[in-house]
Ligand binder design. Structure first.
Ligand code: NAD
Length: 265
């Protein structure tokens, strides 16, 4: 029996088939979910519509999270088309490219800080608010977001995005506490580095990928399919006792301070 049979789940954050949100949509579709999609702008619209069609969905709505009207219209459209939501996937982050290089002491600006936090952290709260009434109609529902361990340990060039991820993770805990009594669970997946469009903005990302693979317990990087399967689990009743958590899907990187292999090389 598929673990998400007939569940209605909103997927944000698809920019390409390399997007983590695409891996999540694929896994959730395989587990029987009905999906609705959002696209950030007209440039991405046809691409996301093609993905929606691939997964048998006819719901594909505009959502730029900096626009309150988009959030209001999303709420209205989902109320009319579904009237209930079992899950929401928030896979959205952005910081201006000049913030993601060099030392934070050199690159961080007030404007860049505000943009990164607005789009990457506040948007989770805004999306939860927009979807709250529909999520509360389900007996059990789930919000899932994506974070990265640079929120906990420094990673060169991640700078302002690391702070936005720390804020996002705090947001997960507060939303989980506030929405829990109404049966809404809120969790984050902390994914290891994966080559996507957003990751391309991080300086030296290819080197990061190699170092991550070498140090991780599994000796490799993770895939969008692995993150997708974890998201499917978090959206399903199999994870009914889990909320407010940051679940690491990083091939065991976080637990290792010094790898045995690094001593041999
Ligand atoms: P991606 O570029 O495929 O997806 C990022 C998405 O954010 C895009 O779909 C883009 O349209 C959307 N977005 C940006 N600004 C927006 C706005 N104003 N309104 C609406 N949508 C907006 O990259 P990805 O790596 O799949 O990123 C998805 C999430 O996963 C992000 O939160 C990212 O920080 C997180 N993450 C990525 C990695 C990695 O290494 N790729 C690791 C851990 C966490």
């Amino acid at each position: 029996m598929p673990i998400l049979a007939d569940k209605k789940i909103l997927i944000t954050g698809i920019a390409s088939k390399k997007s983590i949100a695409y891996g999540i949509a694929k896994a959730m579709h395989e587990q029987g979910a009905q999906l609705a999609f959002t696209y950030q702008n007209e440039r991405l619209k046809s691409r996301v519509e093609a993905v929606a069609e691939e997964f048998g969905s006819r719901i594909c709505l505009p959502l730029d999270v900096t626009q309150q009207t988009d959030l209001d219209n999303l709420q209205q459209a989902l109320s009319e088309q579904w009237g209930i939501l079992d899950g929401v996937v928030h896979a959205i982050a952005y910081a201006p490219a000049n913030e993601l290089q060099g030392k934070i002491t050199d690159s961080c600006t007030r404007e860049g800080f505000q943009i990164a936090h607005d789009i990457s952290a506040y948007s989770l709260i805004a999306l939860a608010q927009a979807c709250q009434a529909l999520l509360e109609k389900a007996e059990q529902s789930s919000i899932i977001t994506l974070t990265y361990n640079a929120s906990q340990q420094t990673v060169p060039s991640y700078n302002v995005m690391a702070m936005a991820k720390a804020s996002l993770e705090a947001g997960v805990r507060y939303l989980a506490a506030d929405m829990g009594p109404q049966g809404v669970r809120v969790n984050a997946i902390s994914a290891g580095p994966i080559k996507t469009l957003a990751a391309a903005g991080i300086k030296n990302f290819r080197t990061m990928l190699n170092q991550n693979a070498n140090k991780s317990a599994l000796g490799r990087n993770v895939t969008i399919d692995e993150v997708g399967n974890t998201a499917a689990f978090l959206a399903s009743t199999l994870s009914s006792g889990i909320t407010g958590e940051i679940l690491y899907v990083d091939a065991g990187y976080r637990n290792i301070s010094m790898s045995a292999q690094s001593l041999e090389s």
